[in-house]
Design a protein around this ligand. Structure first.
Ligand code: HQG
Length: 176
């Protein structure tokens, strides 16, 4: 598969494993898994193509279970799933990449999950810049995750290194 086809297949997988499984007639379990054999049939792809996308994905967006018989998206769902990710102590500082037009709202009400289940935070500035750049000129906010954790906010770490939390009140945010 060339790079263009790989990216196209990754986008189709994101769509069906995070947002619209019903469009191709597959079902996700309560914790987000779907049967690989059913997925291959529904998407009309081979196991080799699926393995290639999972292995080469720039953000490791998809993960097989330990048997390889099931697959799920590691984060980013809009359909209701409970990924049962481990609660994890965050580093002192995490980062959020966004764009200037959202800043007034963010500074008034904090970071909200919007259409996703959680606010997505990055472990480093280059990653946050990439996330912000999807929407325009990136603006990076620093999140005082150490203080949030000390104050009782819960953090979970996705299988691909994205930090998830329900809400970041504005008092923990600073520009950098
Ligand atoms: C903004 C991609 C107004 C927030 C990326 C963001 C990431 C607010 C947008 C992952 C707000 C939501 C997630 C508030 C937050 N008022 N705007 N109170 N609070 N926002 O896409 O973090 O390719 O849902 O700043 O790489 O951009 O999908 O979240 O701009 O890891 O794997 O509302 O998605 O990964 O946008 O990105 P998103 P995000 P994938």
């Amino acid at each position: 598969m060339n790079e263009k086809d790989t990216i196209r297949l990754s986008k189709r997988l994101s769509r069906h494993l995070r947002h619209a499984p019903e469009e191709i007639g597959i079902q996700l379990s309560a914790d987000g898994w779907t049967d690989v054999a059913a997925l291959l049939g529904a998407m009309r792809i081979t196991r080799e193509q699926l393995d290639h996308v999972v292995a080469t994905n720039d953000k490791r967006r998809f993960a097989f279970d330990e048997t390889g018989a099931r697959i799920r998206a590691s984060q980013g769902h809009t359909v209701p799933v409970q990924l049962d990710l481990p609660v994890t102590t965050p580093p002192d500082t995490l980062y959020h990449g966004t764009v200037a037009k959202f800043l007034d709202d963010i500074m008034a009400e904090g970071l909200r999950p919007m259409t996703r289940h959680d606010v997505h935070l990055s472990p480093d500035i280059p990653t946050a810049i990439k996330v912000g750049s999807r929407r325009g000129k990136p603006v990076v906010l620093a999140v005082d995750a150490g203080r949030m954790h000390a104050d009782g906010h819960v953090f979970r770490l996705s299988a691909n290194g994205v930090w998830l939390t329900e809400h970041v009140p504005a008092g923990y945010l600073s520009s950098r």
